[in-house]
Design a protein around this ligand. Structure first.
Ligand code: ADP
Ligand code: ZN
Length: 602
């Protein structure tokens, strides 16, 4: 283990291990199988990289992220680690070269796409090579429950049968029980040591804005907090992805679309610009994001409801891997909730599946409408307890007011009932507001006892009330997709005055004074700004020259430390987190010159 710490410090330039890293490494070094559940950004990669360097032979990493392998390998090489990959993008000559290097014992790490393991050539290669360990990255891909199911993962139990003596380490950031059990049984990990880290991501601030106007709200959020930052915007449909990307571009941001309908080359190109540029926004369907290890994604915004709390957690988790402050922001409205319910009720899935989906949807809507700490609820969903409210979510920072909305709920529900449970929200609001338009007159609904009884409440408020009634399960929408609302079992006691309904007030924008200051991740004094800019430009130039993303050279956190510590010598520089021996040798002098303002620097 001393050896492991030495490698952490000299190769990676980090001072100490994080939670579970050293225990996991120790287990693998002893030849045991491991299942490691850690959040995104938790530091999973070191858990196989370091034992692969210490044990004899190469560490073989099975990863579904073909598009990212090149950068992963480049990052390892910059640390002086002998890494290579095998996937379908390589030409035959390179494949042969890589195979030869493996056979000669000249590789520390080999990344392989899972489908490749099915072919005889690869098996024959592995049979003849010295293998230090197998790392099964994104191990949740083996699970049907998860969102990233990959059939090739089902075959991976053969590793155990064929190479019983080689330790295996399965890693994932998906922690829920069913997925975990499926990973264990599918990969035959019954005897593996299990390590489960806390899934809290304290640097991510969670905000969920209800009823706010979609893209305008997004724009305000970006203008307020992320004028220059890189981030991801998630939308449900391809069309919306394209629209939002275009809209943001017209507003002066670099925003690129990403969805399964784009040509493969364009997708790859957009992803690369996101990874390699600075301040690029990617607008994407959920097809984007797994395994993206860009550490400086400063925000993840949802313009639609995610599929489940797990999905929300995974998607938002792509923000702030570097540990610096980041935002998870979402906006959704009434229409969203109605559509979601319809989609669920109309779906073709079998009964069991539907029940599971239904439970997940309830949980998600409950989470969105929550008036207490979001982080506590999020962690509780994964079975973790956070003793005190977090202080870093919208409900903690700006607590919503709730009120007894029983009367309003009764008015709304009763209007649904009296109009025959055949109408959508807009119509119901018109009846409540006493709007005697042609349709209402034709239906004779101006004669209803509820006609006009809601005129004291603004239509926009009524929308909020209906949204909450649907979210809380007092109303449901029809399956035919007309959006008409119906009562549920739950609504009866409310109508009979036997049950109270608690509603949240619409959040008024906080007065300008009380508004939080933008929490940009990098706070610098005015005096340090020029040096920061110089170092960033230097990093970008080097990254371009070497065809790698800038963060592969140094993370923002490393640059920030360089700016504040202003090392005067290479020895002082070596103390900074993220600068190991190889990088010190390679980049130390140029960055030192930039910091000390040596005259031959531009
Ligand atoms: P994961 O794969 O779990 O999402 P990574 O392995 O990519 O996370 O690690 C996330 C970030 O944290 C990376 O930038 C990595 O370099 C950094 N990191 C990992 N372990 C440590 C450590 N012990 N000290 C400092 N930084 C670390
Ligand atoms: Zn909180």
């Amino acid at each position: 283990m001393n050896c492991a710490l030495e490698i952490l410090q000299s190769r990676f330039g980090y001072h100490k291990f994080r939670q579970h890293q050293s225990a996991i490494i120790a287990a693998v070094l002893e030849g045991r199988d491991v299942l490691a559940l850690m959040p995104t950004g938790g530091g999973k990669s070191l858990c196989y990289q370091i034992p692969a360097l210490i044990r004899d032979g190469a560490g073989v990493i099975i990863s579904p992220l073909i598009a990212l392998m090149h950068d992963q390998v480049a990052a390892m090489r910059l640390l002086g680690i002998r890494a290579a990959y095998l996937n379908s993008t390589l030409d035959f000559a390179t494949v042969r070269e890589t195979e030869a290097a493996l056979l000669e014992g000249e590789l520390d790490l080999l990344y392989i796409a899972p489908e490749r393991l099915a072919n005889e050539r690869t098996l024959d290669l592995l049979d003849r090579s010295k293998i230090a360990l197998f790392a099964i990255d994104e191990a949740h891909c083996v699970s049907h429950w998860g969102h990233d199911f990959r059939p090739e993962y089902k075959r991976l139990s053969f590793l155990h049968e064929r190479y019983g003596a080689v330790p295996r380490i399965a890693l994932t950031a998906t922690a829920d029980g069913p997925t975990r059990r499926e990973i264990i049984s599918e990969l035959a990990l019954e005897n593996a040591d299990q390590f489960i880290a806390s899934f809290d991501r304290p640097n991510i601030c969670y905000t969920i804005a209800q009823g706010a106007g979609g893209r305008e709200a997004l724009w305000k959020f970006l203008a307020r907090e992320h004028e220059e930052d890189a981030g991801i915007v998630y939308c449900l449909s391809r069309k919306k992805v394209e629209d939002i990307a275009r809209w943001l571009t017209n507003k002066g941001r670099t925003a690129l679309p990403y969805h399964a309908g784009l040509h493969k080359d364009e997708r790859q190109h957009n992803m690369e610009r996101f990874l390699r540029g600075e301040g690029v926004i990617i607008v994407a369907t959920i097809a984007f994001g797994m395994g993206i290890d860009k550490p400086d994604v400063r925000f993840v915004a949802h313009l639609n409801l995610p599929k489940s709390i797990e999905a929300y957690y995974q998607e938002t988790g792509r923000a702030g891997r570097d540990g610096l402050p980041a935002n998870a922001w979402m906006s959704y409205g009434l229409q969203e909730v109605i559509m979601f319910r319809q989609w669920l009720r109309g779906s073709e899935a079998g009964e069991t599946h539907k029940r599971v989906q239904h439970g997940k949807l309830e949980a998600l809507l409950g989470f969105c409408e929550l008036t207490t700490c979001r982080r506590q609820a999020l962690l509780a969903y994964f079975g973790e307890e956070l003793p005190a409210p977090c202080g870093n979510c919208d409900n903690c920072i700006n607590p919503p007011e709730t009120y007894d909305g029983t009367i309003e709920a009764q008015k709304a529900l009763s209007t649904v009932y009296r109009t025959g449970q055949m109408f959508g929200v807009q119509y119901l609001i018109d009846v409540l507001g006493g709007k005697a338009d042609e349709r209402i007159l034709r239906n004779g609904h101006d004669a209803l006892s509820t006609f006009g009884i809601g005129a004291d409440v603004k239509p926009v408020e009524w929308r909020g009330i209906f949204r909450q009634l649907i979210a809380q399960g007092f109303l449901t929408s029809d399956t035919q997709g007309h959006g008409s609302l119906k009562l549920t079992e739950k609504s009866r006691p409310v109508l009979r005055g036997k049950q109270q309904v608690q509603l949240r007030k619409r959040r008024k924008p906080a007065p300008a004074k009380a508004r939080r200051r933008p929490r940009t991740a990098i706070t610098l004094s005015q005096a340090d700004q020029p040096l920061w800019d110089t170092l960033r430009t230097l990093r970008l130039d080097l990254a371009r020259e070497q065809n790698v993303p800038p963060y592969v050279i140094f993370h923002d956190s490393t640059l920030k430390e360089l700016v504040s510590a202003k090392p005067a010598t290479l020895d002082e520089m070596a103390e900074i987190s993220g600068i190991g021996n190889t990088k010190l040798k390679k980049y130390g002098q140029v960055f030192l010159d930039a910091v000390t303002g040596s005259p031959d620097q531009p």
